[in-house]
Ligand binder design. Structure first.
Ligand code: C2E
Ligand code: MG
Ligand code: MG
Length: 656
């Protein structure tokens, strides 16, 4: 204890004052008649002595002590926010508010104790928010950004309060899809507990020129300059979120697909193909409204989001835009001194009754798919509910086909090809696939082959079919039917596979089948689609000794000059021309013409779908000797085909 501290000096002064008063008492007693006059002096004296001895001077003494002695300060955990501390906090908040308001950046703070948020004027402006209402909560931000971004922000904020890590989140504004970046930094007390978050809010483009550049590259299609798929889907999400908040908000998605774009690349060059894509992108841009989003989302597929459709008759508004685009894009293209004609298919879906990106995309893609399959190919298809139902059915079918491939539910039936000029002997069988489904029985290929082709499932399925057919042919050969041929249908997708020739060779090796017992059928359409490639493959196959037939001949408009270049062996006249040979003179003369073509090119001709005796007699009279059709036999199971073979096979004769 120090002797000359402030308290002791005060005590000393009080004692001195009391001595001073005591000095008057003897004089009063000697001059005044009554001793009562001395009482006040005595009391004052006593009072001063009591105060000097007993009083503890707490305020001055304690304050001094706390400042000097750190150890005795109360632990932070015991500090309960008293009125003074709250006041202190409020003063500090005001200070912060002033700081953030004078800042030219978007600036914000969140006070963990009070739960209040302070936004700078710039931040409020960046959020496109109203500064006149309640502005001290995060709701201000929540109302302005897309839901998914808001959820990401709150999750990061929570995590950062737990870990004290900095965070930074990109936000898309609902109003105009522009991007903001919100970042935050947690301030902690001496115990490491978060007391405040101080953060910035900036436009993404303000943030860093480099970042903006990266963003641009990440979202742009380098070839055409329009946006890419990623950006398109993000923009679409903004619109979907907007429509969820504002039920009156309408937008549409249009897909534009260039028909047979692969043929342009194959027939000209990749360069020409690239230029066509650039021109198409420019034409779409020139027809769209300035705010609409245009993107290339597939090799030859463009997508357009027509935002915020405002007119009274929304449908006709969208229709007008889409027709404008369609008309502009399909105009002839002048390239490298040539005039190119392109077909364009478009599908459109409005956001009615959808609440997610996946739904509207499913609607518009099913519309496009529907159109590309049908007669309207090259037109415009508007989505309707029926299409979606159909798409769902197709989706289920695709799933079932996948399962059926695994479960080996596909079996082959065999339809005989009969030589009527040679005692109706069977010269070949066409292998026709059937789906043996447990509940429904046998399902026709017409129901599942198109889906298998569209989804690419035809490739594993086709490989399986080829192996099954080769194994069956080998069995018949081993039984003594050494010249029998089995014809296998090949789809365009299978035929386009790079290693197709090698794969077939492999199957023949594995099944030990002589190539002369195998025939491949490809449709006329497949053959002419990528003629040059087809010719190369055909040459390789016929070099191996495999025969090739052109199926459904007459339906694909192939020119004679093409046919001459194909190393083929057989034409199969389509059933549709046989149906009316006896009652329609036009069909009859067409059939005569096809028979003439086959003769002049020295090709075999099979008439498909012959059902009646009169059709048969017509064909016989015109010199067509190979017949396939119900008149002789429907497609047969392997066992029944063997029975047929036993009855109608002439081993010593040559096959076709
Ligand atoms: P396609 O290759 O032209 O086969 C001929 C179709 O005509 C077969 O139908 C056959 O059953 C039918 N047909 C034959 N004669 C007659 C007749 O006299 N009257 C009638 N009404 N029909 C007759 P299927 O088996 O339903 O096959 C339909 C199409 O499915 C085939 O046409 C072929 O394009 C495709 N397909 C069948 N099997 C396969 C396969 O294994 N792979 C591939 N890629 N396609 C296949
Ligand atoms: Mg066929
Ligand atoms: Mg056919």
């Amino acid at each position: 204890m120090r002797f000359f501290d402030e308290k002791n000096v005060l005590r000393f002064l009080l004692v001195a004052a009391s001595v001073f008063f005591a000095a008057f008492i003897p004089e009063i007693l000697s001059t005044k008649e009554s001793a009562v006059w001395a009482v006040p002096y005595i009391l004052a004296n006593l009072f001063l002595i009591v105060v000097a001895v007993l009083y503890r001077f707490p305020i001055i003494g304690n304050k001094k002590r706390m400042r000097n002695d750190v150890e005795i300060s109360p632990p932070a955990t015991t500090v309960i926010p008293t009125r003074d501390i709250k006041k202190d906090l409020m003063e500090r908040d005001e200070l912060f508010q002033m700081m953030v308001d004078i800042s030219s950046n978007g600036f914000w703070t969140f006070d963990v104790v009070t739960g209040k948020v302070y936004w700078s004027q710039r931040a409020i402006k960046l959020m496109r928010a109203d500064s006149t209402g309640i502005v001290d909560t995060f709701d201000l931000l929540k109302d302005k950004v897309v839901d998914s971004d808001w959820r990401r922000f709150t999750a990061d904020l929570k995590k950062s309060l737990e870990t004290s890590e900095k965070f930074s989140v990109e936000l898309s504004l609902l109003e105009d899809a522009s991007k903001l970046v919100i970042s935050g930094h947690v301030q902690v007390n001496s115990e490491g507990r978060p007391i405040r978050i101080i953060g910035a809010l900036n436009e993404l483009s303000d943030k860093q020129a480099q970042e903006k550049q990266n963003y641009y590259y990440a979202y742009q299609d380098a070839l055409t300059g329009v946006y890419n798929r990623k950006f398109f889907l993000e923009k679409l999400k903004v619109d979907v979120d907007m429509a969820l908040r504002r039920p009156d908000y309408l937008f549409a998605v249009a897909l534009l697909d260039i028909d047979r774009f692969g043929a342009i690349n194959a027939s000209y060059s990749i360069n020409v193909g690239d230029n066509v894509l650039r021109i198409v992108a420019d034409r779409i841009k020139s027809q769209c409204r300035s705010g609409d989003t245009i993107a290339r989302i597939g090799p030859d597929v463009f997508a357009i989001v027509i935002h915020d459709i405002q007119t009274a008759d929304n449908d006709s508004d969208v229709k007008a835009i889409v027709r404008r685009i369609h008309n502009a894009v399909k105009l002839p293209i002048q390239l490298e001194g040539r005039e190119l004609y392109i077909g364009v298919s478009m599908a459109v879906a409005l956001n009615r009754e959808v609440d997610c990106v996946e739904d509207i995309m499913a609607n518009v893609t099913s519309s496009l798919r529907e159109m590309k399959k049908g007669v309207q190919h090259g037109g415009i298809q508007f989505f309707s509910g029926g299409i979606r139902e159909k798409a769902m059915k197709l989706y289920k079918l695709e799933f079932d086909i996948r399962r059926a491939i695994q479960a080996q539910e596909f079996v082959l039936f065999y339809q005989p090809v009969v030589d009527i000029a040679d005692g109706n002997r069977v010269s070949a069988f066409e292998a026709l696939v059937r789906w043996n489904q447990s509940e429904k029985g046998f399902i026709s290929p017409a129901e599942f082959i198109p889906i298998a082709e569209e989804t690419g499932l035809i490739i594993p399925m086709g490989a399986m079919i080829l192996r099954m057919a080769c194994l069956q042919a080998k069995k018949w050969v081993e039984m003594g039917f050494s010249n029998i041929q089995v014809a296998v249908n090949f789809s365009a997708k299978q035929f386009a596979l790079d290693n197709m020739v090698e794969d077939i060779k492999q199957v023949l090796l594995e099944t030990h089948l002589n190539p002369k017992n195998l025939k491949l059928e490809i449709t006329e359409y497949t053959a002419v689609c990528e003629a040059e490639k087809t010719i190369t493959i055909m040459k390789a196959l016929s070099g191996m000794g495999i025969q090739i037939s052109i199926d459904d001949f007459g339906t694909g408009y192939s020119s004679l000059s093409y046919l001459k270049r194909f190393p083929i062996h057989t034409l199969k006249m389509d059933k549709s021309f046989i149906d009316h040979v006896t009652d329609d003179e036009e069909d009859a003369s067409f059939a005569r013409m096809v028979i003439g073509i086959a003769k002049s090119l020295n090709l075999d001709l099979i008439a498909e779908g012959v059902e009646t005796e009169s059709q048969l007699e017509f064909l016989r009279a015109e010199g067509c000797r190979l017949i396939q059709g119900f008149y002789f036999s429907k497609p047969l199971s392997a066992e029944n085909a063997l029975e047929y073979l036993k009855k109608h096979y002439e081993p010593e004769l040559q096959t076709v």
